[in-house]
Design a protein around this ligand. Structure first.
Ligand SMILES: [Zn+2]
Length: 92
């Protein structure tokens, strides 16, 4: 048995569509991780116990419940990261 913050998976699943919707934002690995981390800080953690038959149904329910919040949080994170990307930090 394992505990897992399923919100993390949901954020990674949605990240690509937010990047596509915001082509002006940098899509490098650095920025993607910064955006995912920041978005997760805006969102409530959703821990699930893995290795049980029940997990999948619970996850599906969470997914529809949080979809809009997740996209909003990622978009917000993207705007913050884009305004001050870490990959430029060494050059300033
Ligand atoms: Zn970048």
């Amino acid at each position: 048995m394992q505990l897992k913050n399923y919100m993390e998976d949901l954020v990674w699943q949605r990240l690509d569509e937010v990047m596509v919707a915001n082509p002006q934002a940098c899509n490098c690995e650095n920025c993607r991780y910064d955006i995912a981390a920041l978005a997760l800080n805006f969102l409530p953690p959703r821990y699930v116990v893995t290795d049980t038959g029940e997990t999948y149904t619970r996850i599906k329910a969470l997914e529809s419940q949080f979809n809009i919040d997740i996209v909003t949080a990622i978009t917000h994170a993207l705007q913050i990261v884009s305004s001050k990307p870490h990959h430029y930090a060494g050059k300033n």
